[in-house]
Design a protein around this ligand. Sequence first.
Ligand SMILES: [Zn+2]
Length: 316
Amino acid sequence: MNRKFLAAIFAGILLLHSGWVVYTQNAKAPRPLRMEKVKGDLYMISGEGGNVAVYVTSEGVVLVDDMFDRNHVDILAQVKSVTDKPIKYVLNTHQHDDHAGGDFKMLPIAEVIAHRNARANLVHIQQPYYEDTPGTPIGLPRITFTDEASVFLGGKEVRAKYFGRGHTSGDAVVIFPDLGVIHTGDLFLGKQAPRAGAPPSTRPPGVNIYVDYAQGGSFMDWTRTLDGVLSLQFDTVIPGHGSLSNKADIVQFRSDLETMRTRLIGIVKASTTKDSMVNILESDYGWQAKGCPLTPPTSGCLQFQQSDAMFAELKR
Ligand SMILES: [Zn+2]
């Protein structure tokens, strides 16, 4: 072993060690989670990050998403409260760390499945963990799909489908065909309960979304992607965030998104800078351009990188 080689190993150990120190010193405490029954043997875990679907079968459990790395232990405990069966599969709706941040810890115990673009985004960006701590380990799914993939377990089916770009370039919608339930990931966001005593909103129709342009998202394609989702047979919806919803809620969300986008396109086509678009988003739709960090990509937060990309896309 020559000295250069030894020095390289030593530098590598130092690097790993410093990442670990940052991670362990800055790791946030997880918020408590809760679980509710959706239908039959299907449950939803919420409380932090994206909603997690838990499907119990006689041969094991299928999860859709696994929240942040820091939620792993609580997710295992929530699953354990309804079944002794092991988690066998995790389907990712996309690669953001509030949905897929638990992959690294799931990989030793379950197969993780994602759209091939979601995995490619993870490999390419190497910084998927917007909200979590620097140094949080990245778990790469071992199985990917392009159009559709099904898991058959204990006589039940869970199907993931890809309908195109929207929130990212790799958004999967997961269907529980026997129950008429879907998990939309962040292609659709459910209603959040209004603040107690808040006056009714006077805003024009619109949605608080995040178009992740850095990871292939598209405002223009989003409605077409939702049309694909709406072609499915279902009545109940587990949204990426927010409370349990139904098909009519997605129809409304799609309509509000299109109304808002049409108005923005009109403004953008008549402008030479993004300012008027940003001003309208802030004043009329409650988005926030100033005071947003570059990351995390927050719904309704218009980070500068995103407003440039959005202006360019709507100008086309
Ligand atoms: Zn997301």
